[in-house]
Design a protein around this ligand. Structure first.
Ligand code: FES
Length: 64
């Protein structure tokens, strides 16, 4: 599942960047050689960082 549609970055790839030490959404995208375009994914990625991974995001909990 894509988190960043502009760059084709998936949830798994976001988690890889978090595990590698990315501290912010821009660093997550940069880890995969990308940079923000529209910026719509940045809050979701920031939520994933705050929760320790995309599997624990508040947005997913809210959707369940
Ligand atoms: S969806 Fe990530 S920059 Fe547009």
């Amino acid at each position: 599942m894509y988190v960043c549609n502009c760059n084709g970055v998936t949830r798994r790839e976001v988690d890889e960047a978090i595990v590698a030490g990315a501290q912010g959404p821009e660093e997550v995208l940069a880890h995969h050689g990308c940079e923000p375009c529209c910026g719509r994914c940045l809050p979701e990625i920031a939520d994933g960082i705050a929760c320790g991974g995309m599997g624990r995001t508040r947005s997913l909990v809210a959707a369940e």
